[in-house]
Write a protein that binds this ligand. Sequence first.
Ligand code: PLP
Length: 392
Amino acid sequence: MAGTEIFGKEELEAVQDVIERKMIHRYGSHGARRGIYRVEEFENRAAEISGARHALAVANGTAALIVALKGIGIQPGDEVITSPFTFIATVEAIVACNAVPVLGEIDGTLSLDPVSTERLITERTRAIMPVHMFGAAADMDRFAELGKKYGIPIIEDACEVVGGTYKGRMLGSLGTCGTWSFDPNKTLTVGEGGIVFTDSEEVYSRMDCYHDHGHIHSKEHDRGAEGKSGLGVNYRLSELQGALGLVALQKMDYALGLLRSTKKRILQAVSDTGIVPRPTHNGEGDTASHVIFMLPSAESALKFRDAAVSAGCGCSIIADNTWHFAKHWKALEVMGEKDWFGTRTPSYAPETMAGSDRLLARAVMFGLSIIMDDSAVEAIIHAVRAGTKAAL
Ligand SMILES: Cc1ncc(COP(=O)(O)O)c(C=O)c1O
């Protein structure tokens, strides 16, 4: 699913243009750059596609999550509820703000479960961060209800689902903030880059300043003469990545179209086997980066995986995925054994994620590439058939 698969002459031209103009900084040099601001164009196009009022481009998806948390005013010791099935960056972003990650359980779609989330809300909860994982959306209507009921902002970690939708709306644009990633493993990549969306002028303004040392941005002043609103960091995106981002967004429909048609073809070809695809909250809005099936038990998932691998295809059980399941994150578990945040620190021991473990132990997964020839697609179909025969 890496976006480099669809790199071509458009990316070369976009980068060459930035280099020839020697205009690499996204801010300042207003006279010399003759009105060309690639990062800003990237932001405007992303906002237009997403339907969000504001888009801020930042250095990567992790930075986008940190900036979003800072934008809603997260303070040390605040609790943020998120999913144990995510990339560790979600939790790291919370920790980077000296806030406390609180892990809920997942639902049958493998997304953060709103019921378990509601049980974890305390007077310290300052944000809920559902994660849209491996193409599919979290239950956003339920999270919107929770946010409203308790007055808690929802930050969507949509880093993995650029272009995915939920009930016709773009993922990342539904919460108070939402984030996209364009890292090298994503369907669309600019090398390293991220976007954070919001409809709130106030949140946007805080994020805009925070991501660039607190500077208040204005085209009326030279860089350095704009004034500062406070302290920040440097999570700026460069014009090189902005230019690549514009090309990536142009290719979004093409990339998603290919992935979706491959996934559809696989699911249709195995529909007679009785194997059950992972249910989702967003159906056709899935970005189709992965094909996941739910087996009836952990034992049958093991049989499926072994037979699929023997049939010559890469297939894994999600519970074993050390990158994406918090049960495996020893560094986080250690945090739960000490009073790191000067406040209640929950346990992150594997047994606290038993419900999620049971579901992920039944989930088998194949990753898709954007460009797949017939033989690669047929290999997955063959492996699913072999797996099903062994397991069901
Ligand atoms: C769910 C999720 N959140 C956040 C991130 C962080 O994005 P980045 O790698 O751009 O920092 C990732 C990247 O893998 C991700 O998958």
